[in-house]
Ligand binder design. Structure first.
Ligand code: 5GP
Length: 132
């Protein structure tokens, strides 16, 4: 059975897309810990990031790096934080989070932003990604 993130990458479930290539997809976390919180996934279904092959892992982190560069241009912040948790959704994903303080990486405090704000954030990141 396809994972929820596979369905998102296939466009079967809506998402706020920020970037994609043939093997990867990046979209806004539906309950961000900070505005601009992005999830980067491989299209391949693998639950645990360290079960990817070396090549798959390298390609995923290289794609996440490109997304992070777009994210830091789109969302003013001090740094882009990186996290891998994976306790909720069994499909490898890298969290990229614009940080101004340590508190912006608190996964016990999630936000729900209005749809128009999510759409505007995603559009800003997507525009920066395509400028590369
Ligand atoms: P983790 O598996 O890393 O513990 O957490 C999964 C993350 O995916 C959470 O931050 C959660 O808000 C996000 N998430 C779960 N379901 C969906 C969904 O259907 N759409 C989006 N955009 N994000 C989701």
């Amino acid at each position: 059975m396809a994972t929820i993130f596979s369905k998102i990458a296939a466009g079967e479930i809506p998402s706020y897309k920020v970037a994609e290539d043939d093997k990867h997809y990046a979209f806004l976390d539906i309950n961000p810990v900070a505005p601009g919180h992005v999830l980067v996934i491989p299209r391949k279904e693998e639950s645990y990031i360290f079960n990817l092959s070396e090549d798959e892992y390298a390609a995923l982190t290289a794609f996440a790096r490109r997304v992070a560069k777009a994210l830091e241009r789109a969302i003013p912040c001090k740094r882009i934080g990186v996290a891998v948790i994976g306790l909720e959704v069994p499909h490898t994903h890298i969290h990229l989070i614009p940080l101004n303080s340590e508190k912006d990486m608190d996964f016990s405090h999630k936000l729900t932003l209005p749809a128009d704000e999510m759409q505007a954030i995603a559009a800003r990141i997507a525009a920066e990604f395509t400028k590369e």
